[in-house]
Every structure is written in C-alpha cells, then in structure tokens.
Ligand binder design. Structure first.
Ligand code: XIL
Length: 344
C-alpha cells in the first residue's frame, strides 16, 4: 500500500487545526462532524473518565456516544445474586444525558466477567432464570435511556461452530432466542446487537457462521437489530476492505445494521513507521466505511488513550493501539481518521 504521505499530512494538519480552532470557539468539532454525517462516533469509558475534567472535556468534544468499558458487565453491576451495584452505570447514564450523548450497554450473555454465582448454576431453568433476570433488571432500570445493547458477545469459535460456553451448554441452541426476546420485552425501543470478533470479513468461516445464524434468527422472528464486529485489530493484519463492505451489505439486505463496536489497532512494540501507516489505514478505512455504507454508520473506539489501554495486559508485546498517546496527545492515526470524518 502506498500512502500519499506529504499531501496527506499537510491536509490532515489543516483539518486538525480547524477542528481545534472550532473546539476552542465552543463548537465540539469531531462530535459535530459525526452528527452532521449522521453517524455514531463513540468511545468506551471507565467510571473514572466521567469524573476527570480533562477526560470529560475530551469526551464531550469528540464523541456522540459512550459505552461503559466494564461498568455494566455482570461481575460489576450484579456481583452477588442479591446485590446490584448500580452506582457506576447510573453515573454514566446521567453523564450521557446531561451532555446530550447517547449511551449503549455492554454486555449480558458472555462467558467472561460474570458474577461468581453465575458459575454455580446447574441446569437450563436456572440459567434461563438468571439470564432473564440480568437482562430485565438492567434494561428496565434504564428503559428509554440506553439506546442499544450488546445482548450477546463472542458466541462463535473461529471455525464457525458455537463456542462451548456454560450458557450454550446449560440452555442449549435456543440460548440467543431467549436472551434477545427478554431484551426486546424489557425495552422495546432499544436496539439489540449480537457481537463478536473476527467476524468482519465476509468469506471467513466465523463471519459466514454469524451471518447464517442471524439470518435464521430474523427468519424466525427473533428480535435482533444489528451485529457488532469488535475490531480489536493487530496493525499487521490483512485488512480486506471489500470483504468488510460485502459483509455490511449482506446484513443490510437482511434489514440489520452493522456497528464497529470495540475498535483499537495494536502495534507490536516498539512502534515502527510501517505499522503506524497500517494503523492509520485501518482506523481511517473503518471510518470511511461507517460514513459511506448505508448499512453501517457506527464506529466505537475501545478506549481513549494508550495510558489506560487494556491492550498491553491482553496482548503482551503490543501497545499504542489508540488515537491518543499516554499524555493524551493525538497520534497520526487520529489525524488520519479526522481527515475522513471531516472530508466532504
Ligand atoms: C476488556 C476491558 O477493556 C478491560 O478493561 C477488562 O479488564 C477486560 O475486558 N472484548 C469485549 C470487551 O467484549 O468487554 C473486553 O473489554 C475486550 C474484549
């Protein structure tokens, strides 16, 4: 891939200068550009982010949606059978409303970060009961205030078979039907998503399995509105833009939207120029697809800066996965993405 480096950066600098100028005049520039384009540009936040003045300012000017990175996960919001810990999620929902931001929920049916009591469940009826209680409890509390939910997360193996989680084992093949029906009943306005990773490129076993399963759900009248591809990308990956567009289009033809739900692009440390170029390309291509594909329209970043990133813990040897560095300075990927967001 050849990049038009000189012109690219000159234009980027102009665009970013304009963005900063606009922001200093009180206009929340990138966020405004996303609103104007009619797309969602979001970010995951930790509870502390909405309490820290610098981060608050940053969130308000850049994004039009937030998602709790961890606060709505089962282990945090419902750690014991008889104890709900609403405080962080309440604070985030209030923060979103106060600042005119959308907020989405993440996540219910997942194999990770569940309350310990979840794993002591022994049979189908008990599993259905606690899953329904979780979905209904959260969605009733935030009814009409949280715009969409990742109802189920990471249910496939790489070969396209169903992942052998305790939910699948205990409940059986209708586990998703049950989760999505409970979600629709709890808040009929909220958009309901099935989310996974490595499902973005049409033609891969996992992506095709997701498509077939969702198509079948739609045909049987199960209430599902969209699919999410996490897109935790390694910079060196083979990023097949056309296969991603094809995937977005086939879901769109089913009447479903596609969201890029957890975008970050990690680089093998130390950072080199080639990987940085690849990172720029992935971030900017995703934004371009979000803007140009009628079935897309939503790009959510998984974290604001490299300082609080989950990447070094999850992928040892990798880092620099976000648009801002550890000092909250914008990186080349930020400029590349802004160029697309502000483009005509
Ligand atoms: C990660 C968070 O970013 C971390 O803070 C946490 O310690 C572990 O989970 N896929 C998902 C997200 O759906 O919920 C995960 O988030 C990243 C992988």
């Amino acid at each position: 891939m050849v990049f038009p480096r000189k012109g690219f950066f000159a234009t980027s600098i102009t665009i970013v200068t304009l963005a900063i100028l606009a922001a200093s005049c009180g206009a929340p520039a990138p966020r405004k550009a996303a609103d104007k384009k009619g797309i969602i540009f979001g970010v995951s936040v930790k509870a502390g982010d909405v309490l820290t003045p610098d981060t608050v300012k940053h969130i308000k000017s850049h994004y039009n949606l937030i998602v709790p990175e961890d606060s709505m996960k089962w282990v945090n919001i419902h750690p014991k059978k008889d104890f709900w810990n609403w405080s962080d999620m309440d604070m985030m929902v209030d923060f979103a409303e106060k600042n005119g931001l959308k907020i989405k929920g993440h996540t219910f049916l997942w194999q990770d970060q569940n309350g310990p009591y979840v794993h002591s469940v022994k049979n189908r009826d008990e599993a259905i009961a606690i899953l329904t209680e979780q979905i209904t409890g959260v969605m009733t509390r935030y009814k009409g205030r949280v715009c969409e939910y990742d109802v189920a997360n990471e249910v496939f193996n790489e070969d396209g078979s169903m992942r052998d989680t305790f939910w699948y084992r205990l409940i059986g093949p209708d586990f998703l039907d049950i989760a999505f029906r409970a979600a629709r009943e709890a808040d009929p306005q909220a958009k309901l998503l099935l989310v996974d990773y490595n499902t973005e490129f049409a033609g891969s076993a996992k992506a095709d399995a997701m498509y077939e399963l969702v198509k079948d759900m739609k045909e049987r009248g199960i209430p599902i509105d969209g699919v999410g591809h996490q897109l935790h990308c390694p910079a060196e990956m083979n990023f097949d833009e056309e296969a991603l567009r094809e995937n977005v289009r086939r879901f769109h033809a089913l009447g479903l939207f596609t969201s890029f739900t957890e975008v970050d692009v990690r680089i093998k440390m130390p950072v080199d120029g080639d990987d940085e170029e690849r990172q720029n390309r992935i971030f900017s291509t995703l934004m371009n697809i979000a803007i140009t594909e009628p079935g897309a329209g939503s790009m959510v970043l998984w974290g604001i800066t490299d300082k609080t990133s989950w990447i070094p813990r999850a992928f040892p040897g990798y880092g620099s996965a976000h648009l801002f560095d550890k000092e909250m300075r914008p990186k080349p990927a930020y400029h590349a993405l802004m160029k697309v967001l502000f483009g005509k």
